[in-house]
Design a binder for this molecule. Structure first.
Ligand code: MLT
Length: 394
């Protein structure tokens, strides 16, 4: 008889965003007359930039002609896209080589798949609260997880502990809190990892939202990061690719443990288990980096930033504490009246027909907090905020 991975018993029954969607759908079914507004999952609403669409259309035409048709591409991405990504890094004064860049179908997949490179017998340090994929994927593998508590007191930016671990996940700008490590704080993490031999798994999916010019856009802007870090990036939030799927992961050549190169291991893993992102999508992604779409992408980010300001202004009117929304598309608010986050989820859904994400879904330290996303439509976001003010301000 097949033996199953019993570690799955340790997981919550549903992935956080599936559970939120399930509860929202159940509410809509029970109350078809209510107009539900979702400020929950961070899914974009601005369409792909015209320059991206044009590049993809052109690529579709190429695929329809014998002379320009392409079959399997390189599993790690076409050189034209890797060079374009390399140029983007260079624009932030960060030098990465094309063969250190691995194009994929998104940061979420890579963040989960990277665990293939690491023995189960590793201790994993995960800040709490944080994007649930880090905890769930390591739970599936049965690794020991140590949580690093974030709180309003440390600005949800916990620093390195005074004990060694093997793997560290960092997400900055942070999902869900919107907090961002500055250069000094990130340097402390890099020094810590080099000091104890840990590997830093740095999730930079929200890098495009960095607003303050002094903030580093890549972990590789820090001295010593090439010997301890892997960086995960996404076009989902950067350029509206949540439905198109494209991201990339940077594994430096200097990153080695136990005489093994993680760059070579990841190449081996990807060439074996992944067959590459579609050519059409990679041509669209290239347009994101080569400048043609830059203005439109900037406009979309500004659009979401304005939504964040709308949400923040509503919470200010209510006198509710929050953080985030400046260098990040997420607003992290305290649940009013000391409510726990799933109770507040129900209360807001029933009272205002607005869906958010309960903080407890991001870890024990997220209890008592609630995440709202700025990725919605402008008018719908404004409407949701008015409803919240009217309902919670009563
Ligand atoms: C979120 O809402 O946290 C994200 O959209 C989830 C994801 O990117 O997978």
């Amino acid at each position: 008889m097949a033996k199953l991975n019993a570690q799955y018993r340790a997981l919550q029954q549903n992935y956080l965003f599936s559970e939120v969607a399930r509860r929202a759908a159940a509410f809509s079914e029970a109350h078809p007359e209510r107009d539900v507004i979702r400020l929950s999952i961070g899914d974009v609403t601005r369409p792909l930039a015209p320059a991206v669409v044009a590049a993809m259309e052109q690529a579709v035409c190429e695929m329809g002609r014998a002379e320009t048709f392409r079959g399997y591409g390189p599993e790690q991405g076409y050189d034209f896209l890797r060079q374009a990504i390399r140029g983007y890094y260079a624009g932030h004064c960060v030098n990465v080589a094309a063969d250190e860049i691995f194009v994929s179908d998104g940061a979420k997949s890579d963040l989960g798949n990277i665990t293939d490179l690491f023995d189960r017998d590793n201790t994993v340090l995960i800040p709490d609260p944080v994007y649930p994929v880090y905890v769930d994927t390591n739970t599936m593998d049965g690794r020991r997880i140590v949580y690093l508590p974030g709180s309003a007191d440390n600005g949800f930016l916990p620093g390195p502990p005074d004990f060694p671990v093997d793997l560290v996940y960092l997400c900055s700008p942070n999902n869900p809190t919107g907090a961002v490590y500055d250069r000094t704080q990130l340097q402390a993490w890099v020094d810590y990892a080099n000091g104890c031999g840990a590997v830093l798994l740095f999730d930079a999916a929200y890098e495009v939202f960095l607003h303050r010019p002094e903030l580093p856009h890549s972990i590789f802007a820090l001295e010593g990061a090439r010997t301890c870090a892997i960086e995960f990036c996404s076009l989902s939030k950067t350029a509206g690719f949540t439905g198109t799927r494209c991201g990339y992961t940077v594994v430096p050549r200097e990153l080695e443990r136990d005489g093994m190169s993680l760059n070579r291991m990841w190449l081996r893993r990807q060439t074996t288990k992944f067959n590459g992102v579609p050519y059409v999508v990679q041509r669209g992604a290239e347009a994101v980096f080569t400048g043609a779409a830059r203005g439109e992408i900037r406009a979309a980010v500004d659009y979401y930033r304005a939504n964040a300001r709308t949400i923040a202004a509503g919470l200010d009117r209510l006198g509710i504490w929050y953080t985030g929304g400046v260098d990040s598309p997420y607003i992290w608010m305290r649940c009013p009246d000391g409510m726990d986050s799933w109770s507040f989820f129900d209360r807001l859904l029933e009272g205002a027909a607005v869906v958010g994400t309960p903080g407890a879904g991001f870890g024990a330290c997220g209890e008592g907090f609630f995440r709202l996303t700025a990725f919605g439509d402008r008018d719908r976001t404004a409407e949701a905020v008015e409803r919240m003010v009217a309902f919670l301000g009563k």
